[in-house]
Ligand binder design. Structure first.
Ligand SMILES: [Zn+2]
Length: 363
C-alpha cells in the first residue's frame, strides 16, 4: 500500500524542511509545542520508514499512527515510551488510515495501554475486511480483474501465491473503535484539532489540523517528495479514486492555511502546503493529458506504464502499477475522454473517445 515513485529531488519546489534530521529509533523530537516526531522502520527497501506522532494530552499521550506489525516497531515504541516520552500513559490512539504501516500496531498499542483506537468508519471497516482476506485463496473476481488488465499467467500465479499478505502486517485489530467524522473538532491536550477527511489513497483518510499550533498531520494525503499511491482495486473495478483524490487535494487547499507545518507520514516535516498541493494536482493532470494522447492507439492497462512511471515495473510493483494505471484510465472515462472495450478474450482495451461522443459520457 505504498507509493510507487519517489520524485527526483532535483525538481525545484517551494518547500522548506525545518527539521531535516529524523529522530533515531526510540527517540522523539518536538516539532511544535507538545507535538513529537518519532520514526518507525519499515521492512521495505524503497520506503524504509514511517513517521508517527505523539501529542501531549493532559498527563498522557495521544498517539497518531503506529508503524507496521514487526518486532522492530514494538522495540521502537517500547523504547520511546520508556524514555523520551517519559513514561506517561497512552490515553488514545488515532490512525490516519488503514494501511498496515499506519494501523499495523493499533491492536498491540490499544491492548497494552487499555485505550481506544480513533479513526474514520471506512478506514476501520475496510481494514477489517482486508484482514479477513488473509488465509483465503485469491478470489476469481480478483484474478480476472488483473487478467483483464493484461497480466500473463506467471504474474497471475505470483499474485495468487501472495494473496492475503495484508493481514500479516497488521497485529490483531481492536474489536471496537471510536468513529471520527469529517469536520469534527478533537480536543487533544486542551487544543482543538479538526478532522479533515480525504479520499483516493484510502477510503476515508483522516488528517488532523490544529489552527492554533499551525500544524497539519497529513498522513499519506500530502507527502512532500513522494506521489501517494492512488489505485483501483479488484473489489471495485469501476471506482474512480483519482477524481476523489484530486477533489480532496483541492478541498485541503481551501480548508487548511498555507502557513502550517505539515507533518507527513513519509519524508520530513515541511512548509509549503499549497505549493505542494498544486504540484500534486498538476502532476496528475499532466499525466492524464499524456495518457489521453497515448490512447490514440488502443492500449491495455499494462501498456501505459511508461507514460505514468519513470521506472521499469517489475513483478513486485505490478499490482500497484496496474491499480494506478486503472485509476488514471477510469478518471479519463469519467471525464468522457476515453472508452473501455473488451476483446473476445475479455481483455480490456482503452482508446480515446470520439470528440462527438465525449460530451455525453458519464462515469
Ligand atoms: Zn497509505
Amino acid at each position: 500500500m505504498h507509493e510507487l515513485a519517489t520524485e527526483p529531488s532535483s525538481r525545484p519546489d517551494a518547500l522548506t524542511y525545518p527539521f531535516p534530521a529524523p529522530p533515531a529509533l526510540g527517540e522523539a523530537v518536538e516539532v511544535a509545542t507538545g507535538v513529537y516526531w518519532l520514526r518507525m522502520p519499515l521492512p521495505m527497501t524503497a520506503l524504509n520508514h514511517i513517521n508517527v506522532w505523539a501529542l501531549r494530552d493532559g498527563d498522557g499521550w495521544t498517539l497518531v499512527d503506529t508503524g507496521m506489525n514487526t518486532s522492530e516497531t514494538a522495540a521502537g515504541w517500547q523504547g520511546a515510551l520508556a524514555t523520551t516520552l517519559a513514561g506517561r500513559p497512552v490515553r488514545r490512539l488515532i490512525c490516519t488510515h488503514m494501511h498496515p504501516d499506519h494501523i499495523g500496531m493499533a491492536g498491540w498499542l490499544t491492548r497494552q495501554h487499555h485505550c481506544r483506537l480513533w479513526t474514520t468508519r471506512l478506514e476501520y471497516i475496510t481494514c477489517r475486511m482486508l484482514v479477513a482476506d488473509t488465509g483465503r485463496e485469491a478470489p476469481a473476481d480478483a484474478v480476472n480483474f488483473y487478467r483483464d488488465a493484461g497480466w500473463d499467467d506467471a504474474a497471475l500465479e505470483h499474485y495468487k501465491a501472495r494473496f492475503g499478505g495484508f493481514g500479516k502486517a497488521v497485529y490483531a485489530l481492536p474489536d471496537s473503535y471510536r468513529r471520527v467524522v469529517d469536520g469534527e473538532e478533537l480536543d487533544i491536550g486542551g487544543r482543538s484539532w479538526r478532522a479533515v477527511v480525504g479520499r483516493g489513497h484510502s477510503p476515508e483518510h483522516l488528517c488532523l489540523y490544529c489552527a492554533q499550533l499551525k500544524v497539519l498531520i497529513s498522513g499519506d494525503q500530502v507527502l512532500p517528495r513522494i506521489t501517494s499511491n492512488v489505485s483501483v482495486f479488484p473489489t471495485e473495478p469501476d471506482a474512480d479514486p483519482l477524481t476523489e483524490w484530486l477533489a480532496s487535494l483541492a478541498t485541503i487547499r481551501e480548508r487548511v492555511r498555507d502557513d502550517v507545518l505539515v507533518l507527513p507520514s513519509h519524508n520530513e516535516p515541511f512548509r509549503g502546503l499549497h505549493a505542494r498541493l498544486e504540484k500534486l494536482i498538476h502532476g496528475h493532470e499532466e499525466r492524464l493529458t499524456m495518457l489521453q494522447r497515448e490512447l490514440a492507439t488502443p492500449q491495455r492497462a499494462i501498456d501505459v506504464f511508461s507514460v505514468l512511471f519513470r521506472r521499469r515495473i517489475g513483478t513486485d510493483a505490478l499490482s500497484m502499477a496496474t491499480g494506478e494505471a486503472l485509476a488514471h484510465l477510469n478518471c479519463l472515462i469519467t471525464r468522457g475522454f476515453a472508452v473501455r472495450e473488451e476483446d473476445a478474450a475479455g481483455i480490456a482495451w482503452y482508446r480515446r473517445a470520439n470528440q462527438s461522443t465525449a460530451a455525453g459520457k458519464i462515469a
